[in-house]
Design a protein around this ligand. Structure first.
Ligand SMILES: [Zn+2]
Length: 80
């Protein structure tokens, strides 16, 4: 029972501040719910916009962490 965690940093396209994002890949194939629990403090949960056939996110959307901004950013995950 190992879950895949994706996380990274993104610079907001609106305010140019960097924020951290976090995504827990759903464990079950039939689970389509967007899990918002267990996101570490200070990190932004993301919404998957596009995923590959293995259900790995390609394009995600996350809100800027800055209280005065909060702009939704849509961006591709950098594959290492
Ligand atoms: Zn921003």
């Amino acid at each position: 029972m190992s879950q895949i965690i994706l996380e990274g940093k993104h610079t907001c396209e609106e305010c140019n501040k960097e924020f951290e994002w976090f995504y827990l890949v759903p464990e079950h194939m039939d689970s389509r719910s967007f899990e918002v629990a267990r996101i570490p403090k200070g990190k932004q949960g993301v919404r998957v916009i596009e995923e590959d056939k293995n259900r790995m996110p390609i394009t995600i959307s996350a809100y800027c962490a800055d209280d005065d901004c909060g702009t939704p950013n849509t961006f591709k995950i950098d594959k290492k």
